[in-house]
Every structure is written in C-alpha cells, then in structure tokens.
Design a protein around this ligand. Structure first.
Ligand SMILES: Nc1ncnc2c1ncn2[C@@H]1O[C@H](COP(=O)(O)OP(=O)(O)OP(=O)(O)O)[C@@H](O)[C@H]1O
Ligand SMILES: [Mg+2]
Length: 146
C-alpha cells in the first residue's frame, strides 16, 4: 500500500460526532456540524462548501427516502499527515434497489431532480454505498483537505 494511499487512515483523536437526522431542523444542524468539523480539519472555504454540500445531499436522502438516520463525522489523517473528513450517513429505510441507476443524474424515484447522489460523489475523494433492499443504506465519503 502506498504511503499516500487514502485507505491508510487513522483518527487524530478527535471524538467522533454523531448527528441524528430525524427532522428538517436536524438537516440544518447536520450541515453546521460538518462546516465546523471542516474548519477544524483545515479545509479552505471552497473545500468546506464542497464537503458541506455533499453532506447536505446525503442527509437529505437519509431523511426523505430512509425515514431518518444518522451521520457520523470523523476527522481522518493519512500516514503522510494529510487531513480529511469522513462522513458515514446511515438509515434503516428501504435501501437503494439499483445503485448504478441512482447515481445517474436525473434519476429520481421521488420529487427531486435526481442530482443529489451523483453530485455528492463529485464533491468528495472517496465514495462508497453500502445498501441492502429492505434493510437500509450507508453512504461513506471522505474529502481530503488541500
Ligand atoms: N438513503 C436512501 N434510501 C433509499 N433510496 C435512496 C437513498 N438515497 C437515494 N436513494 C434513491 O436514489 C435516487 C437518487 O438520489 P438523488 O439524491 O440523486 O436524487 P433525489 O433525492 O431523488 O433528488 P435530489 O437529490 O436531486 O433532490 C432517489 O430518488 C432514490 O430512489
Ligand atoms: Mg437526493
């Protein structure tokens, strides 16, 4: 594994923050928590906005489709010292039937534009969906600071 491999992650020791996503106001609080964590990790304004926007789309999906869920906010650091933010957004909703389709811009089973998931993927460096129909969905993303 290369020393700069993004998979080499250790927490610098900051406590894990978990946000509940059960109401509309939780969505705003979740955005603010990610913004604060991004500032702490050392993201510039553009990086902050990108990771906050990705988080916003993921928690909105967990709320709208998953019936609510949680977001874990975890500061991570590469062995090279580069810092980043990992977000794990989970719900126990119906799951995503076709992940490939869900990532295509314009695909929506709801009233949205269908740009959230694909948009979130473009705003982060690592993106992984773990979903099971009938069980729920966890989307894990990492964005590295410059
Ligand atoms: N957490 C989830 N649980 C179940 N299905 C999901 C979840 N997240 C996304 N999906 C499915 O993937 C589709 C695409 O999601 P995406 O966020 O791209 O679009 P949208 O939420 O429908 O619209 P937009 O985000 O543009 O308002 C959704 O319409 C839904 O069918
Ligand atoms: Mg969406």
């Amino acid at each position: 594994m290369r020393p700069d491999d993004p998979l080499v992650q250790t927490s610098p020791g900051d406590p894990l923050r978990t946000r509940q996503v059960r109401s509309g106001s939780d969505l705003l609080a979740a955005r603010q928590a990610v913004r604060a964590a991004a500032v702490e990790v050392g993201f510039d304004l553009v990086g902050q906005t990108k990771v906050v926007t990705a988080a916003s789309e993921l928690v909105r999906n967990a709320y709208v489709f998953g019936g609510g869920g949680t977001m874990d906010i975890t500061p991570v650091v590469m062995s090279s010292g580069r810092r980043g933010l990992q977000l794990d957004v989970s719900d126990h909703g119906p799951g995503i039937f076709d992940v490939e389709a869900a990532l295509v811009d314009g695909f929506s089973t709801g009233a949205g534009l269908g740009h959230g998931l694909g948009g979130a993927r473009r705003l982060v460096d690592e993106f992984h969906i773990d979903t099971e129909v009938g069980r729920g969905t966890t989307v894990t993303v990492v964005r590295w600071a410059p």
